[in-house]
Design a protein around this ligand. Structure first.
Ligand code: ADP
Length: 257
């Protein structure tokens, strides 16, 4: 335990060798958690050592997306995170009973996030992904304070109106000195059997958000039944059906980071 504890201060301090990427969105339901889980598995498939913190307090879903209900095990006063699909993970959902909702106030959220960073034995991670709650709430501000050197990926849909809210999420990152890596457009066109593409949620929202933020559009992930089914089954599409167009787009995103 003393040896583990010794690795604590530098776990994710300013000199850390771990790349910390917060996945943010302006609003819920844009596929932020689905993208985070699949991106984590895709990065692990590239041979990287990957951890995920599920900090989406009200919509924690990373354990289900990765098909696990395991909890961290205690070693002294450290926690060893469970591993699923080659990814180490902790979630707020692991610390509430059953499927209860979480109604914590800011300071408690801040402490929990701090614990996830300091008291979880992550080992040598190449990448730590953080699934943020949607919007610009307490967790985003806490994370900015705790990890000013984190980079931020903004997930949005192709809807033009979504670009406005995505922009607000990125502003919080800017204010705390974090770098916005780029925009990921999710739920882009749905390929039809006749070869045409149905733009269910419109088009251009990702490009618009990227233009306004002055960052690249890093990926366009199409609507995909396989992606959604993989999420429901806890079997990420990037490993289960790697030729699915959504899986290909996420693997491309992993390669570009
Ligand atoms: P968020 O984390 O932004 O709230 P989720 O990742 O929970 O969003 O996704 C919301 C819903 O949309 C889920 O049911 C998920 O399976 C589905 N979904 C996400 N991305 C896609 C996609 N590209 N194609 C089809 N369904 C998707």
């Amino acid at each position: 335990v003393e040896r583990l504890r010794g690795s604590r201060p530098q776990q994710f301090g300013p000199g850390t060798l771990t790349r910390i990427v917060a996945v943010a969105s302006g609003k819920g339901g844009v596929g932020k958690s689905t993208v985070t889980a699949n991106l984590a598995v895709a990065l692990a498939a590239r041979g990287l050592s990957v951890g995920v913190i599920d900090a989406d307090v009200h919509g924690y879903s990373i354990p289900a997306l990765l098909g696990t209900d395991a909890r961290p095990t205690r070693v002294g006063d450290m926690m060893m995170p469970p591993e699923a699909h080659g990814v180490r993970l902790v979630s707020i959902g692991m610390f509430v009973e059953g499927n209860r909702s979480v109604s914590w106030r800011g300071p408690m959220l801040h402490r929990t996030l701090q614990q996830f960073l300091a008291d979880v034995w992550w080992g040598d991670l190449d990448v730590l992904l953080i699934d943020m709650p949607p919007g610009t709430g307490d967790v985003a501000i806490s994370l900015g304070q705790l990890l000013p050197h984190a980079e931020v990926l903004v997930v949005t849909t192709p809807q033009r109106a979504a670009a406005d809210v995505a922009e607000r999420a990125a502003e919080v990152a800017d204010q705390t000195g974090q770098t916005v890596l780029g925009v990921v457009e999710n739920m882009a066109g749905l390929a039809q059997p006749d070869g045409t593409v149905l733009e269910l949620f419109g088009a251009g929202g990702g490009e618009e958000a990227a233009r306004r933020l002055g960052v690249p559009l890093l990926a366009r992930i199409p609507l995909s039944v396989a992606l959604r089914e993989g999420g429901d089954a806890g079997a990420p599409v990037v490993s289960g059906e790697p030729t699915d167009p959504a899986a290909v787009a996420i693997a491309g995103l992993a390669a570009s980071l």
